[in-house]
Write a protein that binds this ligand. Structure first.
Ligand code: 3HC
Length: 725
């Protein structure tokens, strides 16, 4: 018979943790009523502490326990990141880490086995909780994912993860997880040795309960005991260990240029911790966690987490605006982008009609989409029948058949107004009433596209970035006549396929290309002035961009950049002047970038970048002659982008600074540790940015004229994010 150990069921159910004991088995259920996900907040720690007291005191004759979550989609999402904002000093954060560690040590030391029954996300402190359990069973739900994503927040695991994970699965695999923050589904977690079993979601609690009792009766052994002496454990010993750390350090430096303190500190903590017992190792962990949590890098990364989550969950419309459900879409234009959009949608369970004019083109698009899906399915270790089901979701067509059943149509044909107008008209003839017509244009104003439609209210921009499967952003562009339900549905669709959407108003270049454009033009001017291309690239990767602007020209394609540059120069001639001639000359010389193996850089037969092409200097008519300090290059390039971002807010292209930061970080790779252009202004100080811009304006003219809003902010000492001051 079930007994509830707390006073009253009513009060129980309002608590984030409750315990029910049946025949010696305690089921500890997590469900924080005040939060969308379970997090290890102060409140949860307190409640869990109370439950541990009772278990330690032997209340209810408990012989084994299971921890489950009642929240759909999450087991425990980790520490409460909201609480990070309250950390004033490293000591505050260190104390929070110690509180988590102590709780999990108590859990680990209980005299009974505890089984983590994981359904949904077990991330950060969530996985660390599971690691302190005796046995871990994960459900096969697609929502189940396990990982330690702390580095993405500028910190390291702070509840024993740095000590327990390497001891459980070996150094190499543990470092890989902790340094990348990658999240494993249940099957991969099982393969990695993190979970003991994977079971179908409906039987999770039943199996977990049975195994908990089997562990108590010593009829089952936990994996951690079975693995002692395994090859994974051998890695933790010298000299293998030295090699692994030195490789890992090299990898981190290559990827981050040393700009992110957390991964480097993580390596130190793990390395020093291996020679100590878990408790001593946790001392090092807590200290490092504390120091890292209050660094500017961590504050910026936390900002990126909250702004991107908010952008995902809030389309900026009223609560009364309902999005339509998106189960089926159609894509017109089966080129690289169209195929990418089809694949990303199919992967999220959406059925797709992929249309092109010629059967060969539709078939090619289908092949591209399938290849991408199969590659990702392999990584997820999907079973053959699942892969078949997945790729069957994309159906090629040369007609508009099946379009009437679609909820969203994405037009991804060649970037040409007349063609797009024709396609929009054809789509309208083939679809029903409540259908969203999205255009994946990157340069054509949406209002102009909507002119072709009999129902312009259904037309919206859905700007994907290339390659679609990797790039996390979708820029949604509304024109003045776009209906709210259309915006809401486009937003919901982007979210459903795992992208982070921002909603912006129609304007040349929208937001992302608008701020990228002056940056790219300035890079071309610097080349024209005689700065070496690799110097430019190095300056900006050292500032934190994933690639420099010259490499970006090659990646985007010089013909594409030329076209976009012209549109932007026409729209903003007064400030921007005519576009730099460098790009024209490169195109005239047949240099289109990586795609034809000939750009600023040389490319080998395998398509790999093989160093700067010195012949370029003759093509652009300027030998490299100028030694320019890195800081000057960085200032010229970064500030022109930041200033443009503020202008877009001032002009109402952006609906808020939040979206500006998300768009820059996720669309361009603006350094996440700088939080985005608006956060950068707040942290650097508007006055300081203003002064530097004014100095540049004096030297180079109107293109550096500070945005009015920036002047106001500088004058009044205002912030874009006053709540995070
Ligand atoms: N702390 C505080 N709030 C959190 C949170 C957390 N750890 N995780 C999620 N939330 C909030 C989100 O901000 C969002 O709030 P909103 O409704 O007000 O916008 C809400 O929960 C729902 O989140 P999502 O919209 O992201 O929901 P999804 O279902 O799409 O995703 C998730 C759920 C996979 C758990 C995702 O939210 C996520 O990745 N969360 C962060 C996980 C993480 O980074 N954990 C590590 C924390 S640091 C740590 O644990 C330190 C430890 O080592 C001591």
């Amino acid at each position: 018979m079930a007994t509830i150990l707390d006073e009253e069921r009513d009060t129980e159910q309002a608590l984030p943790v409750r315990m029910e004991v049946t025949d010696g088995l305690a089921v500890i259920t997590l469900n924080d009523p005040a939060r969308p996900v379970n997090v290890i907040s102060e409140g949860l720690l307190r409640e869990l502490g109370g439950i541990l007291d009772r278990l330690e005191n032997g209340e209810g004759g408990v012989r084994a326990a299971v921890i489950v979550s009642e929240k759909k989609g999450t087991w425990i999402a980790g520490a409460d990141i909201e609480e990070f904002k309250e950390f004033q000093t490293a000591a505050d954060a260190e104390a929070a880490s110690r509180a988590g560690q102590e709780m999990l040590e108590r859990l680990e030391r209980l005299r009974m086995p505890v089984v983590a029954a994981i359904d949904g996300a077990a991330l950060g402190g969530g996985l660390e909780t599971a690691l302190a359990c005796t046995y871990r069973i994960a459900s096969d739900s697609p929502k189940t994912k396990l990982g330690l994503p702390e580095v993405n927040l500028g910190i390291i695991p702070g509840a024993g993860g740095t000590a327990r994970l390497p001891r459980l699965i070996g150094l190499r695999a543990a470092l890989d997880l902790m340094l990348t923050g990658k999240q494993l589904d249940a099957r991969r977690a099982m393969k990695a040795g993190i979970v003991d079993e994977v079971v179908p979601q409906p039987v999770l609690l039943e199996v977990a309960s049975r195994q908990a009792m089997a562990l108590a009766a010593k009829k089952l052994q936990p994996r951690v005991a079975r693995r002692s002496g395994s090859p994974e454990r051998m890695e933790n010993l010298l000299p293998m260990r030295k090699l692994i750390f030195s490789k890992a350090r090299q990898g981190v430096m290559q990827k981050t240029h040393g700009l992110y303190p957390a991964p480097l500190r993580l390596l130190k903590v793990v390395e020093a911790g291996l020679d100590r017992d878990v408790r001593q190792a946790q001392e090092l962990e807590a200290r490092a966690f504390g120091e890292l949590a209050v660094t500017p890098e961590a504050r910026s990364l936390v900002h990126v987490f909250f702004t991107s989550t908010a952008a995902k969950n809030d389309a900026g419309l009223g609560d009364d605006v309902e999005p339509k459900k998106v189960d089926q879409i159609a894509v017109v234009g089966a080129g690289f982008m169209g195929a990418g959009i089809a694949a990303a949608s199919a992967e999220s369970g959406i059925r797709v009609r992929l249309k092109d004019v010629k059967p060969e083109a539709a078939a090619k698009g289908l092949r591209t989409a399938r290849e991408s899906l199969i590659k990702r399915a392999k990584r997820k270790r999907m079973k053959r029948f699942e892969v078949t089901k997945l790729i069957d979701r994309v159906q090629p067509t040369t007609e508009y058949t099946g379009f009437h059943a679609s909820d969203v149509i994405v037009e991804a044909v060649f970037e040409e107004m007349g063609l797009k107008h024709r396609v929009i008209k054809e789509i309208e003839e083939a679809v029903g009433e409540g259908v969203v017509i999205g255009s994946n244009t990157s340069t054509i104003p949406i209002a102009r596209l909507a002119e072709a439609a009999s129902r312009p209210d259904r037309v919206i921009g859905l700007h994907f970035f290339s390659p679609v499967e990797k790039m996390p952003l979708v820029e949604i562009i509304t024109h003045p006549g776009t209906a709210d339900w259309v915006t809401a549905t486009a937003h919901a669709y982007a979210k459903k396929i795992g992208k982070t959407p921002i909603v912006v108003n129609d304007s040349p270049g929208f937001y992302v290309n608008r701020i990228l454009s002056p940056y790219m033009a300035e890079a071309a001017l610097l080349l024209q002035e005689g700065v070496r291309m690799e110097e430019l690239d190095r300056a900006m990767t050292e500032w934190g961009f994933p690639v420099g602007p010259v490499t970006l020209y090659d990646e985007v394609g010089l013909d594409v950049a030329q076209k976009a540059g012209k549109i932007m120069a026409e729209a903003f001639t007064e400030r921007m002047g005519s576009p730099p001639t460098v790009v024209d000359r490169m195109v005239e010389d047949g240099r289109l970038g990586r795609k034809n193996g000939k750009g600023f850089y040389r490319y080998g037969d395998d398509g790999k970048k093989a160093g700067p092409d010195e012949a370029v200097y003759a093509v652009i008519g300027n030998p490299p002659k100028k030694e320019m300090g890195r800081a000057e290059i960085q200032d010229r390039l970064a500030l022109i982008m930041v200033n443009e971002a503020v202008r877009t807010l001032e002009e109402g292209v952006l609906r808020g600074a939040r979206d500006g930061d998300v768009g820059a970080v996720f669309g361009i790779g603006f350094p996440p540790f700088r939080g985005g252009p608006f956060w950068y202004v707040d942290r650097t100080g508007a006055r300081d940015v203003l002064e530097r811009l004014r100095a540049l304006e004096q030297r180079f003219g109107a293109r550096y004229a500070p945005a009015k809003m920036l002047e106001e902010m500088g004058r009044e000492g205002r912030l874009f994010f006053p709540d995070d001051a």
